[in-house]
Ligand binder design. Sequence first.
Ligand code: NVA
Length: 307
Amino acid sequence: MKHFLSITDMSKNEMQVLFKTAARIKKETRAGKSRSDLMGKTLVMIFEKPSLRTHLSFEIGMTQLGGHGVYLAPTDIGLGVRESVSDVAKVVSRMGDGLMARVFAHRTICELAANSRVPVINGLSDWEHPCQILADLFTIWEIKRELKGLKLAFIGDGENNVAHSLCLAAGLWGMHLVTACPVGFWMKEEVVGLGASLCKKSGGSITQLSDPDAAVNKADIVYTDTWVSMGDESEKAKRLNFFKPYQVTTKLIQQAKPNALFMHDLPAYRGNEVTSEVIDGVQSIVFQQAENRLHIQKALLVHLLKH
Ligand code: NVA
């Protein structure tokens, strides 16, 4: 039995297989063809935080595979308060065929996995957002066909789930990740260490800077995320102030390669981390990224739950 808690829980080869499956599934879905891979199976979805894409893509994905998704809202079960995390995992995994959870602390998803009899999927924790980055890699692959050697500039909050999973993905795929983040918001050392050790094998690199202009120089991809992640709301005023010089603008993106792609995991706070001009511009692939959550996660669900 496999869990998907970190982007490193899947090898590059496994991801390549998933990309091909997802591309096939995407075509079929758009042609209105239904599948029955997960007929009679149920995915239990536990949320400690709000969600649009993760909730929709997993629930719709299960329906389109012939199965079912059960949504448990933050107040429904009181994870770790009304009932211990381990007890929840034991009960859920005696009924459901898979468990997807969006949690505050990464240790919660690890504890769910440690006590589960069925595969557990990380639908975002404070440490990683592997489903998003899997969809992002699939999106880049759809457009470029090759990930190795690409320069990806990440601008904004490095000390967070999205940047962390990108760092590890760069290590797995041999991409060159350059981040520009204010001092104090750099990626966690543990993640950078792991990313760097993966880079030794793959030929990728991880560079952390504070200057957005230097980071985007000749980049193939410019990526940003919210400055105020879920759970960071109490620091909002401080963060908006610190991050001001890190907005992705047309002027900034012009320093990347002429055909550079703009990516964002959404939700986007227009006028903060990105201008409307950039997110609605021709280089932006944010809605392709969002749609691909559905297709790649269907491939992931089949990979993990079908036996
Ligand atoms: N870093 C963001 C990602 C949202 C999908 C957050 O954790 O809120």
